[in-house]
Ligand binder design. Structure first.
Ligand SMILES: Cc1cc2nc3c(=O)[nH]c(=O)nc-3n(C[C@H](O)[C@H](O)[C@H](O)COP(=O)(O)OP(=O)(O)OC[C@H]3O[C@@H](n4cnc5c(N)ncnc54)[C@H](O)[C@@H]3O)c2cc1C
Length: 284
């Protein structure tokens, strides 16, 4: 089923994001987690695509497993390092496995290179991938957006104009980068509407699970109180609980102010998914 069709007034779309584990054996624990996540009835589970196209086989396998379990997968897909033929071969396979929703992304430049260089037979921007998918398939297509602006963008206005073009190319719904201040999300949505972007903008929420999270610059604002709470925790468990508490109040506020759903970056863990769904009163 098309994820875009699930966005209906008064019914938040709830989804979880997972990644293909790096070690082969860990995929079994991800499948066990799916067994625990299924009763929470997510609208979909999204599966990230390895940076630089690594782990393509496992990405396919996980998406196919979700279809078999009766859970709608959203398969992330990037343009990094591949031309149209390779892209087509993978999309054909995903379609045959019953996947009907793709999150079309450009992808990050390979580590250490700093600059995205398109494949000679590939695409330079996510908008081109969106257009390619829409021209050749019946997938419902989602795309990424950045309430605090994509780090490579020259300006917020530039970024928004390119986002509008990406939607015009066929993106059916948008999922945001994580953010920790809800005002950033709501003012971004207003700017989208003013720019003529009418698609749902599903907010992405990251329940921070460890102080390690703050070691990387994600290009998003981090409230000092969140950082302090997580970094001053006595152990990993307490750090995760504090990150989760922050995310719960963020989610309650988002839905209370009319956000059309929540996309939870759960990092393959069941606890944040369960905790947040309880906090918003969604029964399994
Ligand atoms: C919800 C979400 C899920 C993600 N999942 C993954 C994943 O699974 N795997 C992964 O590797 N990465 C993932 N990413 C990260 C993403 O790949 C990076 O943020 C990447 O740098 C940009 O991808 P994009 O699709 O937003 O690119 P684009 O929409 O192409 O934008 C990239 C940059 O180019 C600019 N731009 C866009 N169009 C044009 C144009 N026509 N001309 C000039 N400039 C333009 C934009 O302003 C922006 O600065 C995800 C990000 C989000 C928010």
């Amino acid at each position: 089923m098309s994820i875009a069709d699930r966005f209906q007034p008064g019914r938040p779309v709830l989804s979880f994001e997972v990644f293909p584990p790096k070690r082969d054996g860990d995929v079994e624990s991800l499948y066990r987690a799916f067994g625990e996540l299924a009763p929470l009835r997510p609208d979909y589970i999204s599966v990230t695509y390895g940076a630089g196209g690594t782990n393509v086989g496992l990405h396919y396998e996980i998406n196919a497993r979700l279809v078999k379990m009766g859970i709608t997968p959203l398969a992330h897909f990037t343009c990094v390092g591949q031309g149209k033929d390779a892209i087509r071969a993978q999309l054909d396979k995903l379609w045959e496995a019953g996947v009907r929703n793709i999150l079309a992304l450009r992808g990050d430049p390979p580590k250490g290179t700093g600059k995205f260089v398109p494949h000679p037979q590939g695409f330079a921007h996510a908008g081109e991938l969106v257009a390619f998918i829409k021209a050749n398939y019946k997938f419902c297509v989602g795309a990424a957006c950045y309430p605090e602006t994509h780090p490579e963008a020259k300006s917020p206005a530039d970024d928004l104009a390119f986002l509008a073009a990406k939607v015009k190319a066929g993106a059916d719904f948008l999922v945001t980068q994580m953010f920790f201040g809800n005002d950033a999300y709501f003012s971004f949505v207003k700017r989208c509407r003013d720019a003529g972007i009418a698609t749902p903008v599903q907010p992405g929420v990251m329940p921070v699970q460890s102080p390690k999270f703050f070691e990387r610059d994600w290009g998003v604002g981090v409230p000092p109180e969140l950082r302090k709470a997580v970094e001053s925790a006595a152990d990993h468990d307490e750090a995760a609980s504090r990150g989760l508490e922050f995310a719960k109040s963020q989610c309650r506020d988002l839905l209370g102010r009319g956000a059309p759903g929540l996309h939870l970056y759960i990092m393959n863990k069941v606890r944040p998914a369960r905790g947040i769904l309880e906090a918003i009163g969604r029964k399994s």
